[in-house]
Design a protein around this ligand. Sequence first.
Ligand SMILES: [Zn+2]
Length: 377
Amino acid sequence: MDGNAKNHDGRALIGLADPLPVSGKTMGYVRVPYSRNESAYGFIAAPITVIANGDGPTALFLAGSQGDEFEGQIALSRLAQEIEPDAVTGRIIIFPMANTSAAEAGQRNSPIDGLNLNRTYPGDIRGRITEIMANYIERALMPESDFVVDLHSGGASLEYLPSAAFLDHPDPNERARRLAIAMAFGAPSILFWKANEDRTSSGAARRAGSVRISAEIGGGSRVTGAHVATTYNGVRNVLAWAGILPFPEAPAAPGPVVREVDMERDYLYALEPGLFEPLVSLGDDIVAGQLVGRIHDPSTPGSMPHDIRTDVAGTVVCLRSLTKTDRGDCVLHVGRAPQSQLLAEIESARGLTWVSDLYRRRRPRVRRTPKGESDET
Ligand SMILES: [Zn+2]
């Protein structure tokens, strides 16, 4: 137990304004006040584990930003249970149910306020419960962290080709820092996303002086052992890359396939309601004009299915897994081969160890003198 965290029943209770522990292993809850008719002084208990030892970088891992995305929640719970401080150089912050009320309900958005955490940053300490969670993550967790990994999946309605992911940024150095973490994650695929990041954890991390990537692994309302393993191994790989955990015994996988995704260009939507029958699979390469799915209307006898032909070309990296479909639902999106500029950046980001380099520079070197005085440089 460390800092101001109160110990209840062996578990820490950390207030929204309390400092985070700086040594040892602390497991417990962030206390997010939630006064309601049935519980005047009640709180939402957001699970947190902090494992810290010695001088080194701080890594923040989020899962459950959308409460129907389970792979990261399971992988982080296992890591929180098994990592002990003596294996750590630096600090690991594990926040596995980031939008706790959504994760408790197993729903994408919070059932209390209907909000999606990853569209709510920077949040508001005086706002609704998801806004308070976003504010806590951006204001309290991210400024303490050199980098952030936000673990996602397709949730209830989508499934993803297992991928690390990061958002584009105009600053090439920022892009390189993000790309280096994404490559360290070791997933077979990397998605380079062109989208507005301000309301997401990527924008939150940037405002907080940290660097964030995400992962999109699996989904479809259920987990597989393989998807949990890819998520778990990715977290361990990133911790080893940052010098926080020793390198794993297993050699790193061969280099990932990097694909660009433009939210304005590469998403395909249903324009009729009905039952979605996909005619392609994750990982398939599709061409413009290809028939990729049908929408059926069994309520109208004799009706012909509505064909969905794509006007986008690329590899299917995300596919709708929910059959019942409404007008306006995304049925798939593709990733495309990266432009030559990104290909060059991938090469230069390979082996970029900016987190541990940064920390080596920041750490004061102490040279003992015969008089016992120290000489800090
Ligand atoms: Zn998500």
